[in-house]
Design a protein around this ligand. Sequence first.
Ligand SMILES: *[C@@H]1O[C@H](CO)[C@@H](O)[C@H](O)[C@H]1NC(C)=O
Ligand SMILES: *[C@@H]1O[C@H](CO)[C@@H](O)[C@H](O)[C@H]1NC(C)=O
Ligand SMILES: *[C@@H]1O[C@H](CO)[C@@H](O)[C@H](O)[C@H]1NC(C)=O
Ligand SMILES: *[C@@H]1O[C@H](CO)[C@@H](O)[C@H](O)[C@H]1NC(C)=O
Ligand SMILES: *[C@@H]1O[C@H](CO)[C@@H](O)[C@H](O)[C@H]1NC(C)=O
Ligand SMILES: *[C@@H]1O[C@H](CO)[C@@H](O)[C@H](O)[C@H]1NC(C)=O
Ligand SMILES: *[C@@H]1O[C@H](CO)[C@@H](O)[C@H](O)[C@H]1NC(C)=O
Ligand SMILES: *[C@@H]1O[C@H](CO)[C@@H](O)[C@H](O)[C@H]1NC(C)=O
Ligand SMILES: *[C@@H]1O[C@H](CO)[C@@H](O)[C@H](O)[C@H]1NC(C)=O
Length: 623
Amino acid sequence: MSSFLTPFVVDLLSGALPLFGGGLTNAQTNGNLNFSSWQNLPEFLPGGPYSHGSPWGSLQYQPDIINEPLPDTGVTRYYNFDVAPGKLSPDGYEKDMLLINGQFPGPLIEANWGDWVEVTVTNSLESVAEGTSIHWHGLRQYQTQFADGVPGLVQCPIAPGSSFTYRFRADHVGSSWYHSHYSAQLSSGLIGPIVFYGPRSQPYDIDLGPVLLNDWFHPYYEPLVETVMGNSTGFAHFTFSDNNLINGKMDYDCTLVTDGTPCVSNAGVSKFRFQPGKDHLLRVVNTGSAGLQFFTIDEHELEVITNDFIPIKSYKTNSLTLGVGQRSDVIVRGKRGVDAQRPYWIRSNLSVSCALPHQPYGLAALYYDDDDFAANKTPSSTPQPLIDIEMSCQNEPLNHTVPVTRIPATAADKVVTIQVINTVNATGHHIYLLNNQTGRVNYNDPILRLANEGNFSYPMDPDWNILDTGNSSVVRLVWENQKFDPADPNFFNLTFAHPLHLHGHDYQVLSFGPGEWDGTIVNAANPIRRDTVILPPNGHVVMQFTTDNPGIWPVHCHVAWHVSAGFLMNVMERPHEIDQQQNIEEIMAQTCNAWDAWSEKNVVDQIDSGLRRVMRGRELGSS
Ligand SMILES: *[C@@H]1O[C@H](CO)[C@@H](O)[C@H](O)[C@H]1NC(C)=O
Ligand SMILES: *[C@@H]1O[C@H](CO)[C@@H](O)[C@H](O)[C@H]1NC(C)=O
Ligand SMILES: *[C@@H]1O[C@H](CO)[C@@H](O)[C@H](O)[C@H]1NC(C)=O
Ligand SMILES: *[C@@H]1O[C@H](CO)[C@@H](O)[C@H](O)[C@H]1NC(C)=O
Ligand SMILES: *[C@@H]1O[C@H](CO)[C@@H](O)[C@H](O)[C@H]1NC(C)=O
Ligand SMILES: *[C@@H]1O[C@H](CO)[C@@H](O)[C@H](O)[C@H]1NC(C)=O
Ligand SMILES: *[C@@H]1O[C@H](CO)[C@@H](O)[C@H](O)[C@H]1NC(C)=O
Ligand SMILES: *[C@@H]1O[C@H](CO)[C@@H](O)[C@H](O)[C@H]1NC(C)=O
Ligand SMILES: *[C@@H]1O[C@H](CO)[C@@H](O)[C@H](O)[C@H]1NC(C)=O
């Protein structure tokens, strides 16, 4: 492999591989997490009425019809999350983290399609003086948008010492994740998996549960955000990830640690049990902060059956590409005979062209044999071929991925072109501009509250970066990533890939690729739909959605550092219908009263856009 980053890459496998596993206990690497609680998942959870043998009976999953009849299970699944600082060593390096219930990754949220989910989140971050909020990625949140978890938009942050209960519907079937939407807290550990059971689009035998891919940064998130938003130049302005975790584990070469931080080189990797000849489901999710991942299993083929929450016509591949926030369910057929008597590596490689990893190679071990599993036998298996990394800062070609439920692309009655620019402002800071406007929210003034008051004439802070789509029915957003401009002396000659996530919708992807859009819609009869898609460097993405979900929905790059630096726009969808929702005022008060009181007495260190936090202290103004 070669790229301009090659000198920075440390190849764990090319050097002396640390002793494999056994160096730390699970409590030291992942705290209270019990991995068996999210492996070998059931077909559905008990509770609620059953017809035709399942809670959803004969209902079809049509993930794009806003008023699709959700199964009325009458069941609520309750969870309590206590968010607190803690130290763990997921890869052997002891890190200051933010933990949910003392574990990393956070607890599995599971529900049957149509259930309600209630999560009471308690902020125990008094010692670090931070707010928090949790976003449930990819959910529609139809008529529950105050549960979407975005501070400054649909709630105030949960103040230290306070709690807030999110109540929402399991409105999709499949795999997702949740994460803090407060500054870049997710980079310090506030992430976890979501599984919603429902009709399967393809049969399989064993549900192995979530497989979370995490580029891993050893420093706490705040200095990282400050580096990215700071005015240092060249490479000093970038953040490099230190490692790559699969389900919260990996080994690290501790000889690289020079500052005396406790580190153990053979912390151990995640282990998976396969059965010969069986079809295994893996729910693969990129829960990282920045990096694009290529997921593979040595000598095994992947059959991809979903993109985000959308079942697709399955296709077989050796390698799955996932930007931050994206996920795919894949079926992997177990080997038979002698091939099912040895272990294999499961790998996730961070892109070295579209991300900045020091150590790109995430490993986990796949075992067929009980004794090998117990002995942590080191696999010796053949990797899948390197895919063309230079060309792969984008998702699988659009014409390979076709949704099971057919919805053609219609004409849009509102088309907005958005030019993405990373630039250096007058004080030398790197910021993102969308059509010349950076995004930043006000934690104390959630936009939903004003909209709910029927107040659309409020002095709109330009930094709120609101895109009011009015009464339009179909909105098309044409994204153009910055072109390389060698004449601009301030311009670092690298444009990044951006995983673009729109809340509240599964949008159609009409086109993506290098250069400008030529107006062609790929697969117009049934374009892919998902909630996150990668905007390639020097390229474009065209997304389109039906405005069937009144509310205020952010659309942002899911690279934590980019949204911090203002890569954020807020779509105000059918504003006149927002105030028809009930009790918004009362729900806003549940977080805002405590937050207003807390922020009166404490300096809120909103170092960035807020979805990830503007530079340290209010005196530095807006990002
Ligand atoms: C771990 O989870 C499994 C499955 O939920 C459960 O059977 C087991 O008792 C748990 N172990 C511990 C130590 O809690
Ligand atoms: C992943 O990295 C390994 C080296 O650790 C390499 O052998 C393999 O080809 C890579 N696979 C992909 C898909 O990039
Ligand atoms: C997808 O498009 C590419 C180039 O546009 C073409 O080479 C390829 O055959 C197409 N694949 C399918 C499955 O249509
Ligand atoms: C960087 O920004 C700080 C204030 O944020 C300023 O004092 C300093 O002069 C700037 N340095 C450069 C090189 O622009
Ligand atoms: C951004 O601002 C520049 C200079 O003010 C202007 O030339 C350009 O047209 C603007 N671009 C957009 C997309 O509004
Ligand atoms: C709308 O809200 C803004 C900001 O809170 C306030 O200044 C303005 O008076 C409000 N307008 C109306 C008509 O209530
Ligand atoms: C949108 O519809 C509302 C209610 O039907 C109406 O009051 C408003 O004027 C419309 N807005 C526009 C821009 O047409
Ligand atoms: C990009 O920037 C690097 C470092 O400043 C420089 O060495 C390289 O020649 C530049 N590449 C192009 C294509 O301008
Ligand atoms: C440049 O951006 C930084 C980071 O958002 C901000 O703190 C600073 O005030 C901005 N400078 C100007 C002149 O707007």
